[in-house]
Design a protein around this ligand. Structure first.
Ligand SMILES: *[C@@H]1O[C@H](CO)[C@@H](O)[C@H](O)[C@H]1NC(C)=O
Ligand SMILES: *[C@@H]1O[C@H](CO)[C@@H](O)[C@H](O)[C@H]1NC(C)=O
Ligand SMILES: *[C@@H]1O[C@H](CO)[C@@H](O)[C@H](O)[C@H]1NC(C)=O
Ligand SMILES: *[C@@H]1O[C@H](CO)[C@@H](O)[C@H](O)[C@H]1NC(C)=O
Length: 185
């Protein structure tokens, strides 16, 4: 299965010594994949998008930083981000959790919610710089895709596209999420 191949290939790109390490401080997440070289994850109307936030079409957008707390990913607006482009917008929310969609969520959206919601029990963890979901059955999975949004250069971050959904969205690309910024740009 293509997703497993992706997972293996990016796991293989880190030395085994890096093992599974906790990111114990605040961090920003970036998406990496084919032609996607470290696009920053941001909050867009309750869902996760990646790309240049200054081009976002929706008004309720915010740069976010994360804290990994006992396997849960807590998000808060990054009010000091130099990329924040609408100083007048109100980031009234705090401590929302990054969620993988529940099974019957046809949108596949990765959302920010008050509580952790998933049909998969497990924990977020890092393998080197890569964010993985550690399922209760002990599998480390990464089923992130970047699906082009209406605005060119922006992508909706989605989870676990089926084969049929991938065929319907041929421009959606598998991505890995890492807590390191791209070296250039
Ligand atoms: C907030 O954004 C700025 C860049 O604009 C970055 O330097 C800083 O590390 C971010 N904060 C966190 C906690 O990631
Ligand atoms: C932000 O909130 C303040 C106080 O509630 C309000 O006066 C202001 O109009 C809001 N700004 C925007 C852009 O919504
Ligand atoms: C933006 O989204 C957050 C989180 O859902 C919500 O609490 C807040 O009220 C929204 N802000 C506006 C201006 O709609
Ligand atoms: C949700 O559960 C179904 C089976 O009920 C499974 O096929 C699917 O992979 C699960 N989704 C995630 C994101 O784990």
């Amino acid at each position: 299965m293509a997703l497993n191949i992706l997972l293996l290939s990016f796991l293989a790109s880190y030395p085994i010594l890096s093992s599974v390490v906790a990111a114990d401080s605040d961090f920003t997440l970036y998406a990496y994949g084919t032609d996607i070289n470290g696009l920053e994850l941001f909050f867009a109307d309750g869902n996760a998008q990646v790309g240049d936030i200054s081009t976002a079409a929706t008004s309720n957008v915010s740069n976010v930083y994360f804290t990994l707390d006992r396997g849960e990913l807590l998000a808060n607006p990054n009010l000091t981000s130099t990329r924040t482009f609408r100083p007048s917008f109100n980031s009234t929310w705090s401590n929302l959790e990054l969620n993988v969609p529940v099974d019957d969520d046809s949108s596949n959206s990765i959302s920010f919610t008050q509580n952790f919601i998933s049909n998969e029990t497990g924990k977020w963890r890092f393998y080197g710089p890569s964010l993985l979901f550690d399922t209760s059955s002990g599998q480390l999975i990464s089923l992130f895709f970047a699906k082009p949004a209406a605005t060119t250069g922006l992508f909706d971050l989605v989870w676990d596209l089926s084969k049929a959904e991938q065929e319907e969205n041929p421009d959606a690309k598998p991505v890995a999420l890492r807590n390191i910024a791209p070296t250039s740009g």
